[in-house]
Design a protein around this ligand. Structure first.
Ligand code: UD1
Length: 335
C-alpha cells in the first residue's frame, strides 16, 4: 500500500509517517516546508531505517500536486497540510481560508482525477467551539469559535460531500490537543518563531529559551480558573491514523471520530507535570484570556474505541517526559 501524506514533515505528519513505515506501508510525503524542516525526512529514516519519498510541494498549487499523483501510484491519502494557529487565524482569516480550504479542494480534485478512493482527514476539536457539553461526542453541534476551527469544519464538509458523491471512503479524525514527541527524541514539535501552543512554550521556558509562560485566562469556569484541554500523546494520535486506514480497507462512506484521552487537564496541571518531568521550575504569569479560546474541551472517544479499535494509552507524565527529551536533545529544533 502506498499512502500520500500531505504535511508529512509537520508535527503530527512526521509521527504518522513513522507509524505507517514501521508497519511496512510505503509513504510519500508532500510538504511545502512552510512550518517544518527537510531534516525531518532524515530523522524519519533514522528511526525507521526507510527513507520516505519526499516532494517539496505546495498543495495550494493544483498543477504541482497533480504532478506528484502522476509520479506515484497512490492508494490512500492522509491530509494534514494546513495552518493551525488559532490566534494567527483570528488576525489573518483569509490566509487560513486560502490555505486550508483551497488545499483540501485540490487534494480532492487530485483524488478524483487519479482515481484514489480513500482519505483520512486531519480535523480538530476546534470544530465544536462553544457547544459546552463536555465530554464532547461526535454528534455535538458544530459552532467553531475562531477562523481556524471554521476552516476545519469546511474541510470536513468538502471531504464528506465529495466522498459521498464519489462513493469512496473518508475517515475524519477530530484531534484534541496533541503533545509529546517520539520516544527516540528524534522528532517532535518544532514551531518556527515563538510557539503559540502551550507545550512547546512550556518546554522552551524549561530550557531557558523563553523567560516565562503567560497563562491565558485565570477566570474561566474551570476548577482552577485556567483553560482545560484533553491532551493526547502524538504517538497515540499517529496510531489512530493507522486504524483509520484499516477501517477504510473494507468500508466506503464517511466516518467521524474524536481522538482524545477523555480526560481534561488545566494549564496549571500541565505546568506541574512538566516541572516533575524536567526537574525545572516553570516561571509563569497569569494573563488575559486569548481571543478565540474556549474554557474547557475534552473528548468522549468511545466511538473510536468501538469502531477503530483505538484508545489513547499514554499518561500525561509520559507525554511531558517525551516532550522534555525532545527539547533537551534538540535545543535548537532541527538545526
Ligand atoms: C486548539 C484546538 C486543538 C488544535 C490546536 C491547533 C481547541 C479546544 N483545541 O488547541 O484541537 O489541535 O488548536 O493549534 O480548540 N495557553 C496558555 N499560554 C500559552 C499557550 C496556551 O495559557 O502560551 C493555554 C490556552 O489558553 C489553552 C491551553 O493552554 O487553555 C492549550 O492551548 P494550545 O496549546 O494553544 O491549544 P488549543 O488552542 O487548545
Amino acid at each position: 500500500m502506498k499512502v500520500l501524506i500531505t504535511g508529512g514533515t509537520g508535527y503530527i505528519g512526521s509521527h504518522t509517517s513513522v507509524e505507517l513505515i514501521n508497519k511496512g506501508i510505503d509513504v510519500v510525503i508532500v510538504d511545502n516546508l512552510s512550518n517544518s524542516d527537510f531534516e525531518v525526512v532524515n530523522r524519519i529514516e533514522r528511526i525507521t531505517g526507510v527513507r520516505p519519498a519526499f516532494y517539496k510541494t505546495d498543495i495550494c498549487s493544483r498543477s504541482e500536486l497533480f504532478r506528484v499523483f502522476e509520479n506515484e501510484k497512490i492508494d490512500s491519502v492522509i491530509h494534514f497540510a494546513a495552518l493551525k494557529s488559532i490566534s494567527e487565524s483570528v488576525e489573518k482569516p483569509l490566509l487560513y481560508y486560502e490555505n486550508n480550504v483551497t488545499g483540501t479542494m485540490n487534494v480532492c480534485e487530485a483524488m478524483k482525477r487519479f482515481n484514489v478512493k480513500k482519505i483520512v482527514l486531519s480535523s480538530s476539536a476546534a470544530v465544536y467551539g462553544l457547544t459546552g457539553n463536555n465530554p464532547l461526542k461526535e454528534e455535538a453541534p458544530l459552532f467553531p469559535y475562531n477562523p481556524y476551527g471554521r476552516t476545519k469544519m469546511i474541510q470536513e464538509h468538502i471531504v464528506s460531500d465529495f466522498a459521498e458523491s464519489e462513493s469512496f471512503g473518508a475517515v475524519i479524525l477530530r484531534y484534541f490537543n496533541p503533545i509529546g514527541a517520539h520516544e527516540s527524541g528524534l522528532i517532535g514539535e518544532n514551531p518556527k518563531g515563538k510557539p503559540s501552543n502551550l507545550m512547546p512554550y512550556i518546554s522552551q521556558v524549561a530550557a531557558g529559551r523563553l523567560e516565562k509562560l503567560f497563562v491565558f485566562g485565570s477566570d474561566y469556569k474551570t476548577p482552577d480558573g485556567t483553560g482545560v484541554r484533553d491532551y493526547i500523546h502524538v504517538s497515540d494520535l499517529a496510531r489512530g491514523h493507522l486504524q483509520a486506514l484499516i477501517k477504510l480497507e473494507n468500508n466506503t462512506g464517511v466516518f467521524t471520530y474524536n481522538i482524545g484521552s477523555g480526560r481534561g487537564h488545566s494549564v496549571l496541571d500541565m505546568i506541574k507535570s512538566f516541572e516533575k518531568a524536567s526537574g525545572r521550575k516553570i516561571a509563569f504569569e497569569l494573563a488575559e484570556r486569548r481571543p478565540g479560546d474556549v474554557d474547557m474541551c475534552y473528548a468522549d472517544s468511545s466511538l473510536a474505541e468501538k469502531e477503530l479499535d483505538w484508545k489513547a494509552e499514554c499518561s500525561i507524565d509520559k507525554m511531558c517526559a517525551d516532550e522534555w527529551r525532545w527539547q533537551k536533545l534538540n535545543p535548537n529544533g532541527y538545526e
